[in-house]
Design a protein around this ligand. Structure first.
Ligand code: PMV
Length: 324
């Protein structure tokens, strides 16, 4: 039985970050996280079973080595679930610059999980799809859902999953200041392991983030944009502080990242309320409300960084085409 499916997933940016695992094989995180799926960056992936060996083409280039192995290990999970032993041809297109801290692995593994299971004839409930996607890349568990999502850390395979959060009309938007879209020097996977193993600030990060997480759920529930933004910004800074304490230090920031962070402070005091967050890369994502999007975009353009993208809440993963 062959079977082919195409799935589309969008990236997400965490407002409360995931940084550190308690179980790397199963990707059980140390802390729960909250994210916003964006409409701007997406991955479209087609999976066709019935091949002699697994192959992966990403943006027209055949993958080999570690990235290809990572996809194959993920397909092993789908083979186990579906009880099949054949291989798959995977063709994927990203509008996210790959491995630049713009959440390409989140949309990538969410799309792969949906396409590979659908093409194998499986119909997974959203929670089960989230659990599967998590094992490809932790953040992918959240890209199964649109808009705001929460990923409960849980304690084992079945209790660590994401689900959508009700948005009480926060009217969120994001301006992405692309400081450098090149590939990062150290992957988030390696950097979070290094932080957990060597940073004296890691334990402090874990306890601070746990408390940020419950405050964030309260702030979202209350529809309090100011509190949501303040928590998102300080949680991101705390995550980067834990990285700086690693040996060797993990430093994703570039001079333009700092210029963007200053701009966010200036915009805020000038009345355009916005807050910054950063991931495993130098790019700065600016959380704001939709009516302020144009003002903030113009201000970032005037700063003169490599690129500026605006985004609104995006949809969850979907199957676009499936043939038996
Ligand atoms: O799951 P990964 O390997 O994409 O790690 C994500 C790490 C951060 O983007 C920095 C934080 C997060 O929660 O998305």
């Amino acid at each position: 039985m062959t079977g082919s499916s195409t799935a589309v997933a969008h990236s997400n940016i965490a407002l409360i970050k995931y940084w550190g695992k308690v179980d790397s094989r199963l990707a059980i995180p140390a802390t729960s996280s909250v994210s916003l799926t964006l409409d701007a960056y997406r991955t479209e992936t087609t999976v066709e079973w019935g091949a002699e060996q697994d192959s992966v083409v990403l943006d027209g280039a055949v993958l080999s080595g570690v990235p290809a192995d990572r996809v194959s290990r993920f397909l092993d999970l789908v083979r186990d679930l579906a009880g099949r032993s054949d291989h798959a041809t995977v063709v994927s297109r990203n509008t996210v610059p790959t491995a630049a801290g713009l959440a390409s692995s989140a949309s990538g593994f969410a799309a792969l999980a949906a396409a590979a299971t659908s093409a194998a004839g499986l119909t997974l409930a959203p929670r089960d799809l989230s659990i599967l996607a998590r094992k490809g890349s932790g953040s992918a568990s959240r890209s199964v859902f649109g808009g705001l999502a929460v990923w409960y850390a849980g304690t084992d395979d079945l209790s660590s999953y994401a689900e959508p959060l009700v948005d009480p009309g926060l009217d969120l938007a994001m301006v992405v200041a692309v400081v450098n879209a090149g590939t990062k020097e150290i992957s988030s996977r390696d950097a979070m392991r290094l932080t957990a193993e060597t940073s004296p600030y890691y334990d402090a990060w874990v306890s601070a983030s746990r408390s940020d997480f419950s405050s964030m759920l309260d702030a979202i529930g209350a529809g309090d944009f100011t509190r949501v933004g303040e928590l998102a910004e300080s949680n991101a800074m705390r995550m980067h502080a834990s990285m700086l304490g690693s040996t060797p230090p993990v430093t994703y920031w570039e001079p333009d990242s700092v210029r963007c962070l200053r701009l966010v402070r200036e915009l805020r005091s000038a009345g355009a309320e916005c807050y910054a967050t950063m991931d495993a890369g130098p790019n700065v994502k600016i959380l704001c409300r939709r009516p302020d999007l144009a003002t903030i975009r113009t201000a970032v353009e005037e700063l003169g960084v490599a690129g500026v993208t605006t985004a609104l809440p995006g949809p969850g993963v979907r199957i676009d085409r499936a043939t038996a």
